[in-house]
Design a protein around this ligand. Structure first.
Ligand SMILES: NC(=O)c1ccc[n+]([C@@H]2O[C@H](COP(=O)([O-])OP(=O)(O)OC[C@H]3O[C@@H](n4cnc5c(N)ncnc54)[C@H](OP(=O)(O)O)[C@@H]3O)[C@@H](O)[C@H]2O)c1
Length: 278
């Protein structure tokens, strides 16, 4: 398959690209800085594309490069994402807009630009044509102080379900993979965002949050686990459209989603006290 993956500089994107390359696929991987693709570029079936998902012309240019190869594009993995943290009361407008610009509008823009190629692949008789959105367990339940990130991933879940229903008659499948904590650089990036706490009523949370973040990351799965799930979803004919990837007990998250909200509140507040996230 020929697969476009956004955000392959580090983490889940880099690991997924590597796994797919080692299993006979061609990967178009996007980076914001060309030299971030140097390691993957050693693989002959890898093509690096420079793209910022908040910059529509850069998306269009990358897609035009794929189109110019004349080969079909079978799948898009919308992986690029950021996690903004901070209390909802104090988070800066610039930061909450950025959260949605990257995770939600960036995701939609990449799908919109790539869809003509996916339709063309279907019309040329290719099968297994799909979009996979990298969502999160935070798109199912909302932990405090990463609520904006959660809101963006709830939106990704809605985009996934809506787009799957809109595209099913064209034979294009749209799926979401929702990992729980994964050991990637995203955690340290989030931990460095302290400005929404400092000098506010929430300043005392900062100490707690560092330990909470470290424990969530330490208890996370390796990015290879998520990469494996994405590979399976790409290669399978009719995969489950909402794959939750947790270290253990994914069913607990599904149960938590169904439980009364006041009960969910208690779980999060208790976990916050014990530095456990889920
Ligand atoms: N790690 C977890 O625990 C976890 C759990 C659930 C879901 N996820 C999701 O998994 C996806 C990958 O995250 P990760 O954990 O692998 O984190 P990561 O290592 O920080 O990777 C994020 C990737 O997104 C790229 N990116 C960020 N902003 C971008 C933009 N404006 N345009 C294009 N690319 C951009 C980054 O590129 P740069 O290097 O240029 O910034 C990087 O390649 C995200 O959607 C995240 O929400 C992660």
């Amino acid at each position: 398959m020929n697969i476009l993956i956004t955000g392959v500089s580090t983490g889940i994107g880099a690991t997924t690209a590597e796994l797919l390359l080692n299993n006979g696929h061609h990967v178009y991987g996007t980076v914001r800085k060309a030299n971030d693709a140097e390691k993957l570029a050693l693989h002959p079936a890898f093509s690096a594309l420079v793209m910022d998902v908040t910059d529509r012309p850069s998306i269009a240019k990358a897609i035009a490069t794929i189109k110019a190869t004349g080969k079909p594009l079978h799948a898009v993995v919308n992986n690029a994402g950021i996690a903004v943290s901070g209390p909802l009361e104090t988070i800066a407008e610039e930061d909450y807009r950025k959260q949605f610009d990257v995770n939600v509008f960036g995701n939609l823009a990449v799908s919109q630009e790539a869809l003509p190629l996916l339709h063309a692949a279907r019309e040329a008789g290719e099968t297994n044509v799909k979009i996979i959105n990298v969502s999160s367990v935070s798109g199912y339940v909302t932990a405090p102080y990463t609520s904006l990130y959660s809101a963006s991933k709830f939106a990704v879940e809605a985009l996934t379900d809506g787009m799957r229903r809109e595209l099913s008659s064209f034979g294009i499948d749209v799926l979401s993979v929702a990992p729980g904590p994964v050991k990637t650089p995203i955690w340290q990036k989030a931990k460095n965002q302290t400005k929404a706490f400092e000098g506010t009523r929430y300043a005392h949370i900062l100490n707690k949050l560092g330990a909470y973040t470290d424990s969530a990351e330490a208890g996370g799965v390796a990015p290879e686990v998520v990469a494996g799930a994405i590979r399976e979803m790409l290669e399978k004919d009719k995969p489950r459209p909402d794959r939750l990837v947790m270290k253990k007990r994914a069913w607990l998250v599904r149960l938590l989603m169904l439980s009364p909200k006041r009960w969910q509140d208690k779980v999060f507040l208790k976990n916050m006290k014990s530095n456990k996230r889920y």
